[in-house]
Ligand binder design. Structure first.
Ligand SMILES: C[S@@+](CC[C@H](N)C(=O)[O-])C[C@H]1O[C@@H](n2cnc3c(N)ncnc32)[C@H](O)[C@@H]1O
Length: 224
């Protein structure tokens, strides 16, 4: 009986502490890797270093952890936001994180790949619909998209595919959240694609930035 309870308790533990400690220690290495990639690839990486903890916490401001079943993180990089999600994640809630960069993906898998309920998907968000289908996610099956992408600067076909897919998979009361390092600038852009958009300023980031919380996608969503 006791053994059963212990087994159950260990299966609902949010995340192993070593994953969190390892991430803190690796912070300098993450910054250097980001900078190297940013100077080589610029807009493909979209930021010179990882988001601050304040930015990560703001990204998760709208998440109702008790009700959420599926969270999809887009462009997790080295895991600055992932770390905060994994800290709060409890079964049966799942996290599916989609990252294109192979070096970042290797780091993410090493840090979070063994955490309960976490799937690290190596791929481009232009193929997000196929990735979610492969993971068995149904129409309106995603509660939250947490995006670290420079969404407005993505190539047009990728952006279109992404927004269509978000429209198809996002729960009617769900939220698409996107970080930014240029406060308010993209508010009209997000308003064109979502009926309700709120902007949350995050001064404690370098540079100061913010988060768009977007609900009710406009347009003709497809699951293709
Ligand atoms: C600005 S960084 C944010 C990283 C992390 N979320 C953070 O806040 O520190 C953007 C991330 O999106 C990834 N990315 C950019 N375009 C992508 C795409 N088309 N598909 C998947 N990931 C992409 C980059 O490799 C990078 O890791």
């Amino acid at each position: 009986m006791k053994a059963d309870r212990r087994r159950h308790e260990s299966s609902v533990r949010p995340s192993p502490a070593p994953a969190r400690d390892a991430l803190a220690k690796a912070s300098l290495r993450d910054h250097l890797l980001f900078m190297r990639k940013f100077f080589r690839q610029g807009r493909r990486i979209a930021s010179i270093w990882p988001s601050s903890r304040a930015m990560a916490v703001a990204s998760l401001h709208r998440v109702r952890w008790e009700k959420a079943r599926v969270i999809v993180e887009l462009g997790p990089g080295t895991g600055a936001i992932t770390q905060e999600i994994v800290r709060r994640l409890k079964p049966p809630t799942r996290l599916i994180a989609v990252e294109r960069d192979v070096d970042f993906m290797r780091i993410l898998r090493a840090r979070f790949g063994r955490c309960a309920g976490v799937t690290m998907a190596h791929g481009d968000v232009k193929n997000l619909a196929a990735i979610l289908r492969r993971e068995g996610i149904a129409h309106h099956g995603v509660d939250y998209f947490i995006s670290g992408l420079g969404t407005p600067s993505l190539p047009r076909p990728t952006r279109q595919a992404l927004l269509d897919t978000v429209g198809y998979y996002l729960q009617p009361h769900g939220c698409f959240t996107n970080i930014t390092e240029i406060p308010w600038y993209y508010w009209p852009y997000y308003r064109r694609h979502f009926r309700h958009v709120a902007f949350q300023l995050v001064p404690l980031n370098l540079p100061p930035g913010g988060v768009y919380h977007c609900q009710s996608p406009r347009g003709q969503p497809t699951g293709a």
